[in-house]
Design a protein around this ligand. Structure first.
Ligand code: GAP
Length: 668
């Protein structure tokens, strides 16, 4: 089931999405399945539009990007090379009482009083165990009146040194000395446990929880041992919902595992891809050889990805099955750019001089761009894309990860955040935003990993580099070789697998390759989530306003103000009355003119005002009404329609003959 909604606005959005057929819970009739969502008729259109706009912008409108459509299940070696098998995990801990699972890094720090217990002893008076009777007698004799006085070391001492040697304590009916250990372990539980209570809350609630904990471990009517209290600040070790201690965090791999073929053995393990990116690296050489591209160029892919998230949350924001739109844009290493162009333009250089000129149309202005310039270029491109589909600039945040946040192979990563209603707020009360997309400069890490794991060369040959290298003076050759050598050595030694001497030899060979025109491309990766973007578009579009109804009375209206480019339905075609054949005939003619070019909705049911409201909730930007003037009641208006604008309810007359050309530029 879905997590509870974080605020009232999200509740309204979730309810609208269900009511209007944007998003449903997967498998709802069976109670749902956490972290999985289905898109209904309007959601499916919205999603399709978003993916097409991305594909058009990133692939079709560019000379330097081509597409790929790879399989979801690939060789498991890919995930070993990428690091996902070893390191793609979240720290996870479980509530010791309820077993509920939490992501350790998402637990809000809490403060209060911790009640610690060393164990518990069975205090069941109705059916005292032989050990209990023996122990109680022993306690009496040794002067310990209350079991609660016993602390763990003392109890352990009693059990191991004294009690066990006093044979007469075990002379009970049916109890043999050999079973002392068993009885002992049944009647006591020396397992530490703790409960966090907010300051001021009575200790009974902690004791109640602790007794439950020991009861679950087989202790009847537990008597708690060794209670201690301690003030604690900002701890994340307790269940925020009930105060119970959590298990220590342990890594939980997020990949969904399956088996290929009929035998469920380790040899047949495969994974559902957790990102679309790796297929692009694995197919890099094939694409290079078959597409007539040369570096710099990109490979784009849209497709499903799967992550067994510990805590799916915030509606579709963190799902277990989702879609990504990823581009791997391969660039020359800076040493290669410098060898060819004489100097490397950084992001700052480019911004100061000509600006980040558009590289879309195959412009040569990026010839001397280094990785920094390319990275900044893609950040700007991606923000422009979001603005172009209706997310205002002030709803987005460009977050540059701090050095300590970067993945070890990344030189820089920018996250584009959207200010969702459920985002956290900063100290000024401003929404901080949640990640829509990450744009990472990933160096040559991925291709190098696949080269090492597959044994297949992933480098490219660049004739321009070979020719330019020959013309460099010796000092420059030495300088650039040294830089390249050091970067390669750093990569090879950082992975920890290659021995120092071997790494030095390999790094030298790689650096020597420059003279032959060979290098491993670096990559800039803009990686976006389709579902998060859909959610951002819906949140951004959601508005409530006041609009007069047919009688002129103001009423609250819910409207989704989608940009026409993403709107699921572009135009609703509405005959004023259903029972006037001439109106219906004309409306169908209009529908048939528009339908080949866009998604339209024909609706003749109900009062026109109610039909408008339905389209407002669906986010349809334009409604076309065919009325009696269309038929020529006022001759000057013959063959015109009413165009009604969703956002402000404004209406104007447009000629049917001009309708298509009027609409097309607005929706593309
Ligand atoms: N290849 C890089 C990569 O996968 P990521 O930051 O893990 O990077 C990229 O994922 C994007 O995929 C995120 O910015 C987000 O939009 C989307 N995404 C990641 N995990 C997701 C999840 N559990 N549910 C929905 N979208 C997710």
């Amino acid at each position: 089931m879905a997590e509870p909604n974080e605020n009232a606005l999200m509740e309204k959005i979730v309810s609208l999405c269900k009511r209007r057929g944007f998003i449903y819970q997967s498998s709802e009739i069976y109670g749902g399945i956490n972290g999985f969502w289905d898109y209904g008729p309007l959601g499916a259109e919205l999603k399709r539009n978003v993916k097409e706009l991305w594909w058009n912008d990133m692939v079709r409108q560019r000379d330097d990007v081509v597409g790929l459509e790879a399989t979801i299940i690939m060789s498991p070696q890919i995930w070993k090379a990428s690091g996902h098998v070893d390191t793609f995990s979240d720290p996870m801990c479980d509530c010791l009482l309820t077993k509920k699972r939490f992501r350790a890094d998402q637990i809000e720090p809490q403060s209060g009083i911790v009640y610690r217990y060393q164990g518990a002893f069975s205090g069941d008076q109705n059916t005292p165990s032989p050990f209990q009777l023996a122990f109680e007698r022993y306690l009496k004799e040794t002067g310990h009146k209350k079991i609660e006085e016993i602390n763990k070391p003392l109890l352990e001492g009693l059990l191991t040194e004294e009690l066990k040697t006093k044979e007469n304590y075990w002379q009970y009916k049916g109890t043999e000395k050999s079973s002392v250990e068993r009885i002992l372990s049944e009647a006591t539980r020396l397992e530490e446990y703790a409960v966090l209570l907010p300051a001021g809350k009575p200790p009974e609630s902690a004791r109640k929880l602790a007794m439950k904990f020991y009861e679950q471990r087989g202790i009847l009517q537990p008597v708690l041992l060794g209670e201690r209290t301690e003030k604690i600040e900002n701890t994340t070790r307790f269940n925020p919902e009930n105060g119970s201690l959590l298990t220590e965090p342990r890594p939980f791999n997020l990949m969904f595992k399956t088996f290929v073929g009929p035998v469920e053995s380790e040899d047949n393990v495969a994974y559902l891809r957790p990102e679309t990116a790796q297929a692009i690296f694995a197919q890099f050489k094939n694409v290079l050889e078959t597409s007539r591209q040369k570096v710099p160029f990109g490979i784009a892919q849209i497709g499903k990805a799967f992550r067994n998230e510990v805590t799916p949350r915030n509606y579709t924001f963190r799902s277990r099955e989702f879609e990504q739109m990823e581009l791997e844009f391969f660039i020359k290493p800076d040493e290669v750019v410098e060898a060819i162009s004489g100097k490397v333009a950084s992001a700052a250089d480019v911004a100061q001089t000509s600006g980040l000129c558009n590289s879309k149309a195959g412009s040569l202005c990026h010839e001397n761009w280094g990785w920094g310039a390319w990275h900044k270029y893609w950040v700007e491109e991606r923000i422009a894309f979001y603005e172009g589909i209706g997310l205002p600039r002030n709803s987005l945040v460009e977050y540059w990860q701090k050095p300590e946040e970067l993945a070890h192979y990344a030189r820089a990563t920018v996250d584009i955040l959207y200010k969702f209603p459920f985002s956290k707020r900063d100290e000024k009360g401003e929404l901080m935003g949640e990640e829509l997309e990450g744009i990472a400069a990933r160096s040559d890490f991925d291709l190098s990993q696949h080269e090492r794991f597959s044994g297949k060369p992933m480098g490219v040959f660049d004739e321009e580099l070979r020719a330019a290298w020959g013309k460099l003076d010796e000092a420059k050759k030495t300088e650039l070789s040294k830089c390249y050598y050091e970067a390669r050595l750093k990569y090879l030694t950082k992975t920890g697998v290659v021995e120092q001497a071997k790494a030095e030899k390999e790094a030298k060979e790689d650096a020597d390759g420059l003279a032959k025109g060979q290098y491993i491309p670096h990559v800039i990766e803009p990686s976006a989530g389709v579902d998060r973007l859909i959610l951002a578009l819906i949140c951004n579009a959601y508005h409530e306003d006041q609009m007069p109804d047919e009688k002129g009375k103001l009423e609250t209206r819910v409207v989704l103000k989608f940009h026409p480019r993403v709107a699921p339905i572009k135009v609703a075609v509405l005959p004023l009355l259903k029972n006037k054949p001439e109106l219906v005939k004309k409306a169908r003619e209009v529908r048939d003119v528009l339908r080949p070019h866009m998604n339209i909705f024909y609706d003749d049911a109900g009062a026109i005002g109610r039909r408008y409201r339905r389209q407002d909730e669906a986010g349809t930007p334009f409604c076309v009404t065919i009325d009696f003037d269309t038929l020529g009641e006022k001759p000057e208006l013959k063959d015109t329609v009413t165009m009604r604008y969703r956002d402000d309810g404004r209406q104007e007359r447009l000629a049917i003959g001009k309708l298509l050309n009027w609409l097309l530029p607005k929706i593309r």
